[in-house]
Design a protein around this ligand. Structure first.
Ligand code: G3P
Length: 215
């Protein structure tokens, strides 16, 4: 399973990329706004650090305008994936952009039916927001199971990108189900590495080693 970072913070992207395990980056208008930076400039900066897919989201509601935005973004770098929302207009734009060879990440997916439409429209990625599904009192991971099963039934090439991750356990569960990608906020990325028993074990090993050197 590929691991993406879900952030537009360049310093964080550089830091985690240096660990060697970041396969891509997802951004959205909220993440860009949080950084208070110019969208185009930041996306271009990210594509220079990360060689894998970098998602940039359209902000229009109209298909024609989404296509115009998408075509513009795609010129910024070879690894741009254009994020289009799951709306009728977004579906029209996804089909047109995909046919033009531009990879689309269909976002704001909350049901298996929406994921089916995204795949039929030719999206390269589909982004179900599992944390927000959980917040509604439903089961986000069940949604991932349904989409993975559905895509396997029909051999859809669309990759399942699990988004809105709230815990490291969700990353492991998504991998067990067979999702293609998880996009992980930096706070959760830190927690993927951490375990108190690892820290305790390491402290003990080093303390024992020091003791043995005194003999
Ligand atoms: O990639 C989508 C993700 O950023 C949404 O996450 O935590 O705002 O639900 P969240």
């Amino acid at each position: 399973m590929k691991l993406f970072l879900d952030t537009a913070n360049l310093e964080d992207i550089k830091k985690y990329a240096s660990w060697g395990l970041v396969d891509g980056v997802t951004t959205n208008p909220s993440l860009i706004a949080k950084e208070g930076v110019n969208f185009e400039k930041r996306v271009k900066e990210i594509t220079k650090v990360i060689k894998g897919p970098v998602s940039a989201e359209v902000i229009s509601n109209d298909a024609k305008e989404m296509i115009r935005e998408g075509k513009k973004f795609a010129k910024w770098a070879k690894n741009i994936y254009v994020k289009c929302p799951m709306t009728p207009e977004g579906l029209i734009a996804t089909q047109k952009l995909s046919k033009a060879g531009i990879r689309v990440n269909m976002t704001l997916i909350f049901s298996a039916a929406q994921a089916l439409l995204a795949a039929k429209a030719g999206a390269a990625f589909v982004s179900p927001f599992i944390g927000r599904v959980d917040d509604m009192g439903q089961d986000g991971m069940e949604l991932i199971e349904e989409i993975v099963q559905m895509y396997a039934n029909y051999n859809f090439k669309t990759e399942v990108l699990v988004a809105s991750i709230r815990s490291p356990r969700q990353v492991a569960e998504a991998a067990m189900i067979g999702a293609d990608i998880c996009t992980v906020p930096t706070a959760i990325y830190d927690k993927l590495v951490k375990h108190p028993l690892t820290d305790n074990g390491l402290d003990k090993f080093l303390a024992d080693w020091k003791k043995s050197k005194k003999k």
